[in-house]
Design a protein around this ligand. Sequence first.
Ligand code: ADP
Ligand code: MG
Ligand code: ZN
Length: 614
Amino acid sequence: MFNKNFGDKKFKIAAFYSLGVIIAVLILNYMVVSMKTEQITYNKFLDLLSQKKISEVQVTQDRLTIIPKDNSGIGKKILYTGRISDLDLKNELKASGADITAPSSNDDPLINFLLTYVIPIGILLIAGRFLFGRIDKKLGSGVMSFGKNNAKVYAESETGVTFLDVAGQDEAKESLMEIVDFLHNQDKYIKIGARLPKGALLVGPPGTGKTLLAKAVAGEAKVPFFSMSGSNFVEMFVGMGASRVRDLFQQAQQKAPCIIFIDEIDAIGKSRDTAGMGGGNDEREQTLNQLLSEMDGFDSSVGVVILAATNRPEVLDKALLRPGRFDRRVIVDRPDLKGRENILIVHSKGVKLSSEVRLDKIAKATSGAVGADLANMINEAALFAVKNGREEICQGDLEEAVEVVIAGKEKKDKILSGPEKKSVAFHEVGHAIVAALLKHTDPVHKITIVPRTMGALGYTMQLPEEEKNLVSKEEMIDEITVLLGGRSAEEVEFNSISTGASNDIERATKMARNMVTIYGMTDKFDMMALESVESRYLDGRPVQTCSAETATLIDGETLSIIRTAHEKAKAILTKNHDLLIKIAGVLIEKETIMGDEFMEIVKESSAWKEKIEV
Ligand code: ADP
Ligand code: MG
Ligand code: ZN
């Protein structure tokens, strides 16, 4: 499993370590020695000699080491000086009464011995043992295996959390229901031979209730819940991450049916090729590899379901998302108005609310807030109430709590201000109305101004009635018109424009250009290929197969398609300004409108009758 150059690596690490230890010992030794020795000049030495302050002189090749007498006033220092070929020295030494010795150890021999041999070797041995223990562990064959004991898996026999504790998130709950059912009635699935997903990935911004949902799945299915957080892996010793994963799966399989939950999986599951600038993080990579092989290795029919959560799905290694691994994604997005109200209701169960409290009003004031924020608000409100000596939470407490929580978050997160909300609402309704009133478009499925994970402040979702493999010229033109409908609505209503349409513009332009260069949909160029399709996918940028003059003409054609579509969108919205205002009003109120509801309003309008007649 592990690649062969691991031996080299082991050697390198060991060598590096030993070198470090040796240097440290040398420095230590030097410091100890230099505290006790001092260099003096030869003259000073001769002075001391004549003053009879020297008890002993050691003569070596190039230096004289001088040990002063105890009563010399120099203290317990050892002096030294360079050796000069001084023929008289012997006699002078004799005359002064100092002993002359050949080199020998002058300190306490025991200390000297300890310092030079025992301690350094001891340090080396300890360091080596520690080091090799870790490396062996990493190789998965350690004699000094210590993975098992430290593998802290948080197992709860029953979480006690149910879907009732999770408010909003109906779509997420629905797709997790199936997993609950599988854990509950395995036989039913096994009998028919169904292969169930091994894992589901909960994706959504922080605080939206991903962890809570995972626990609720375990609670609903009444199975044990094993959880680990990806961020714990990162700070671990080398090799621990992988061994923990192994233990986790082992334990879980013994307790099946059960749920394994890996929170913040992005901490270990980061894409292997982008994350490792300059070498990469071996530890994380090994943990990830272990996780992948464990996921592949077990048989899902034993009833182990792996859930994972992340707020950064885009950084995950593709290998994690392959079929048979986390092949399901469950979106856990920010709650809409109704969702927020329900979350507030769930969390206010444990506190005393005054009867005048209107949670729906609080929900309205907190567009963009997530479950964790709302839970936090209820708690803050309770604290305010206590601070003001009240026995119940009143509306004022809640309002104050909203401000505290939102003010703390506003900079980081997208919580829309009033005017912004209005402008986003008109923009989205602009897309939707243009889509509804044009002929060759897909029906509007959902309009929302709940700020989303992926950076959009709102979106209008259209779903085709049936799968399409061919797109007609009319459909392309209408789609471009719908894309430009957002900005057009801003112009019609506010007579001003914002930066909110950048993505629409980019997509519309790309589409218009493709009509010209790839699909041969303009009269000017007829069916001439102006761009090679294959190379577009190879290096990601279009290769034009035409002259520079033609390129200028292409730009002109593209612009004319865009301009025509823009005028058309603006005309539709100007004509139906009342409808725009009406639906935008509903959207600001509700934040999300489903397609049916939207169409009901549209169908009452005169514009719809005209469309039908045309
Ligand atoms: P995430 O894992 O998505 O970051 P958590 O599940 O840890 O979020 O949520 C933190 C807390 O916020 C939860 O313990 C719960 O109290 C509250 N919370 C979040 N979302 C919801 C929700 N949909 N319903 C009820 N409470 C929620
Ligand atoms: Mg969480
Ligand atoms: Zn738009």
